[in-house]
Design a binder for this molecule. Structure first.
Ligand SMILES: C[S@@+](CC[C@H](N)C(=O)[O-])C[C@H]1O[C@@H](n2cnc3c(N)ncnc32)[C@H](O)[C@@H]1O
Length: 320
């Protein structure tokens, strides 16, 4: 029987590099906090022995179902569980026995191809659908609700900060004008308002709504706050020697991860010319690979999405 083609759902990026960065121990406890289509989870599980365990989490129900189908079809000896969790509830969704004993944790940030491709999820400016954009459709504000209430200046900030959109002001103004007489309910409506709001020169290359959709999605899912929360929990839940691997696709996310890892490695706040440390802040571990890992030209040729992926790794413990 031909094996299922999981790459249509989502093709995992930097797969070999992720496994290498995790430095997998076959009998270890591994957590994938962004299981998506289960590509990375499957690769981790395939390397575990009968004593090894994988916990795969995602806030998106479709992702958990797909991960379930994928892991179930594997012939592996390691055990696994699939749980619903967003980053900010991670600690609550781990047992006392699991906390402090995690040997490796992966966060492959952003959205899956499936989320973007399914028109009815409301992430796509290519297909018309309800203006939703929530990864977890059981909670929080939809994009339509956010855009119905937000004031123009706050929307400009979202479009600038999360989308680096240079036409943020005219797009925000056009949205606020339009909603005075028509409720914004579909992705098609929003894409068209944005297209009309930007100058003709901005309509030529990439889709003019690309940056705004990304920005609104990040705001709807509180993606930056979620990463901040994840990073805060990690020192409590990782084992000594445990490795955290984070793959980001957005410069804001990568900056946050980079700064946090640097700070964990060297938290001392004393002036550089002090002969000894008096602040008492001790390193939490080290960065085993100092340089950011990016996709090879071969991977980028096969999977365009890997172009902007940046992988960073941190190893807890092991410092006196
Ligand atoms: C890039 S995809 C992961 C793909 C996966 N590594 C694979 O191989 O198929 C990102 C996934 O993370 C999930 N996600 C993003 N932010 C999340 C959060 N704050 N909490 C939980 N899951 C999140 C999304 O729902 C999505 O399924």
């Amino acid at each position: 029987m031909a094996s299922a083609d999981y790459s249509k759902w989502h093709r995992p990026v930097l797969l070999a590099e992720t496994l290498e960065a995790l430095a997998l121990k076959p009998d270890g406890l591994y957590v994938d906090v962004t299981s998506g289509g289960g590509g990375h989870s499957a690769a981790i599980l395939s390397q575990l022995s009968a004593e090894g365990r994988l916990i795969a989490l995602d806030r998106d129900e479709n992702a958990r179902e797909e991960t379930g189908r994928r892991l179930e079809a594997m012939n592996t000896v390691g055990s696994y569980s699939i749980r619903s969790s967003k980053f900010s509830s991670l600690s609550q969704n781990l047992s006392q026995e699991e906390k402090g004993h995690i040997d490796g944790l992966l966060a492959d940030l952003g959205t899956s191809s499936h989320q973007l491709d399914e028109g009815e999820r409301g992430f796509s400016y290519h297909q018309d659908g309800p203006l939703d954009m929530r990864m977890d459709q059981s909670e929080g504000m939809t994009a339509a609700e956010l855009l119905a209430d937000i004031n123009e200046d706050d929307l400009v900030n979202i479009l600038r900060d999360y989308g680096e959109e240079i036409h943020a002001r005219s797009i925000a103004r056009a949205i606020v004008e339009e909603r005075k007489h028509t409720a914004l309910e579909t992705t098609g409506q929003l894409a068209e308002i944005i297209r009309q709001a930007v100058p003709p020169s901005a309509r030529r290359k990439k889709h003019p709504a690309r940056r705004s959709f990304q920005a609104i999605r990040i705001a709807v899912n509180r993606e930056i706050e979620e990463i901040e929360s994840l990073l805060k929990q990690l020192p409590e839940i990782m084992s000594s020697g445990g490795r955290v691997v984070i793959i980001s696709f957005h410069s804001l996310e990568d900056r946050l991860v980079k700064q946090t890892f640097l700070n964990w490695e060297d938290p001392c706040e004393c002036p550089r010319d002090f002969p000894v440390c008096i602040c008492g802040k001790k390193p939490l571990g080290k960065r085993p690979q100092r340089k950011v890992v990016e996709a090879s030209a071969a991977e980028i040729a096969e999977n365009k999405r890997s172009r902007s992926a940046k992988l960073r790794v941190f190893e807890f413990g092991g410092v006196a």
